[in-house]
Design a protein around this ligand. Structure first.
Ligand code: FE
Ligand code: FE
Ligand code: ZN
Length: 286
């Protein structure tokens, strides 16, 4: 069975997210921000709300959740205060993730973040700084797997190439790196220059050679408003962008990607998400 869902708002609570996904969208996973995506203060969830969420997820045979770090979190800013804030936010977020993990210790749980923008320091320095924060924040005994997201390369973003992500992974201490993985965003790698439309096999082969497919834990399934290599990062609804439905169907059906949660981050309303989730499910049922 495919694991498919979308990003959801946590504003009505944690159980409400699981309920909305199961009952309204008919999916079986979701992503969410633990705090305002711009980074504000964290409101720690009530234990009863988390327990209720896990009950709903179990009753509906959900796949793993994929939480998303705030967009503004920049672990490799040239400014030290911004890096400190990133470290603090990640540590706080991971503490909450561990509360959720403790309620379902047998299943994987993911926390996805953007490796950051080096803001002029150069990619190599950026890679070192992001790895340093991971070394400080990761705990060898944690249950949460932290995912580096593949990026479009907008501005000074690091993580546009598989090699840059590999560079970060290589600098994290072994015991801690066991809790790291990668989340592949189809819009981002397309905007970053990878041709998933005409050479999906080749792209996945490159991923395997540089990072290793066993590290690929989740997929963000998005079309792109821009042509390949644009380095822009503007998501589009499935089939309405430059990647197109056919290529996205091949991504969902690719043997090397089975078993991963697929998360939609497309510009949709409720009806649009219902439709896209049903469509993606139909691709696997065939
Ligand atoms: Fe993201
Ligand atoms: Fe994404
Ligand atoms: Zn994006």
């Amino acid at each position: 069975m495919i694991t498919i869902g979308s990003h959801l708002s946590v504003s009505a609570g944690y159980a409400a997210m699981a309920e909305k996904m199961a009952g309204d969208y008919k999916g079986n996973t979701y992503a969410f921000f633990l705090r305002n995506p711009r980074g504000g203060k964290m409101k720690a969830p009530e234990e009863a709300d988390l327990e209720r969420m896990q009950e709903i997820r179990r009753a509906n045979a959900f796949g793993p959740m994929v939480a998303h770090a705030p967009y503004t979190m920049n672990p490799c800013s040239a400014r030290e205060d911004i890096r400190d804030l990133a470290r603090q936010m990640m540590a706080e977020d991971l503490a909450q993730m561990e509360r959720m993990a403790a309620l379902s210790p047998e299943e994987p749980i993911y926390y996805n973040f953007h490796p950051g923008s080096h803001t002029g320091q150069g990619a190599e320095t950026g890679i070192q700084e992001t790895a340093e924060i991971l070394n400080r924040v990761l705990d060898p005994d944690q249950k949460t797997t932290v995912l580096l997201e593949t990026m479009a390369g907008k501005g000074s973003e690091i993580g546009r190439s598989f090699e840059e992500l590999r560079g970060i992974l290589d600098l994290v201490e072994r015991k801690k790196a066991e809790h790291l993985g990668v989340c592949l965003d189809t819009c981002h790698i397309w905007d970053g220059g990878y041709d998933i439309k005409d050479d999906l096999d080749g792209v996945l082969k490159a991923f395997d050679a540089v990072i290793g497919l066993s590290h690929l834990k989740a997929v963000h399934l998005n079309d792109s408003k821009n042509p390949r290599g644009a380095a822009k990062d503007r998501h589009e609804k499935l089939g309405e962008g430059e990647i197109g439905l056919e290529a996205l169907r091949h991504v969902v059906q690719h043997p090397a990607l089975q078993g991963r949660p697929f998360i939609l981050e497309t510009p949709n309303d409720d009806a649009g998400y219902r439709k896209e989730i049903a469509l993606v499910k139909s691709w696997i049922r065939e």
